[in-house]
Design a protein around this ligand. Structure first.
Ligand SMILES: N[C@@H](CCC(=O)N[C@@H](CS)C(=O)NCC(=O)O)C(=O)O
Length: 194
């Protein structure tokens, strides 16, 4: 299995999930010029041109964080309940992360005006507050076990810190807790971010 990733990008959620699920994998870094670290044109690997992309081991390329995370969970039997409400809550939270929170950062990454960034900041504050209420006093977003939603949440909280988006205390505590997980330390070191 090969994960095509960019350091600190949303692909980090899949990277954390792979390590946490203990699925053997290789990493290939993709640059801003859309070339892989070994010099290939990434657009020929994933025509969408963005990371993450997961080579399932036979050349099949899976894209989109939500799908890759669910695939990692189903392949490993970890990070997502097989059935019951907890499964759907984890998928619900991961979808919220991809469509509402991740997208909410767009003005920060695409040279938005100060006005656009402020509007995005206010909207993100509201959305993070929703997640904080969901987290409550639990260890992880859905319960006491880590799920794919937490892998994504870690990256979104790291971005919030970088972009000056304040998040409620419980989410800051969650970020600190997750930073101390062996899987997260391994990922940050592998991405050159330790
Ligand atoms: N819809 C995709 C979005 C992936 C995405 O936005 N990837 C970013 C990194 S966080 C990227 O590679 N951007 C480079 C580009 O679009 O050129 C998903 O959920 O996986």
């Amino acid at each position: 299995m090969i994960l095509y990733y960019a350091p600190g990008a949303c692909s980090q959620a899949c990277h954390i999930a792979l390590v946490e699920a203990k699925l053997p994998h290789q990493l290939v870094k993709v640059g801003r010029d859309r070339r892989t670290e070994d010099g290939r044109d990434f657009n020929l690997i994933n025509a969408k041109g963005y990371t993450p992309a997961l080579d399932l081991g036979d050349g099949t390329i899976l894209t989109e964080n939500l799908a890759i995370l669910a695939w990692i969970a189903d392949s490993s039997g970890k990070l997502l309940a097989k059935d019951g409400l907890e499964r759907w809550r984890a998928l619900e939270a991961t979808a919220f992360m991809t469509s509402e929170i991740h997208r909410g950062f767009t003005p920060f990454f695409r040279d938005g005006t100060e006005q656009e960034k402020e509007k995005a900041r206010q909207s993100l504050i509201t959305r993070f507050s929703t997640l904080s209420e969901q987290l409550g006093e639990k260890q992880f977003l859905i319960g006491e076990q880590m799920t794919i939603a937490d892998c994504y949440l870690f990256v979104m909280l790291a971005w919030a810190g970088m972009m000056g988006v304040p998040v409620p205390g419980p989410l800051n505590d969650c970020l600190t807790r997750m930073k101390s997980l062996p899987s997260v330390s391994t990922v940050l070191a592998a991405e050159g971010l330790a």
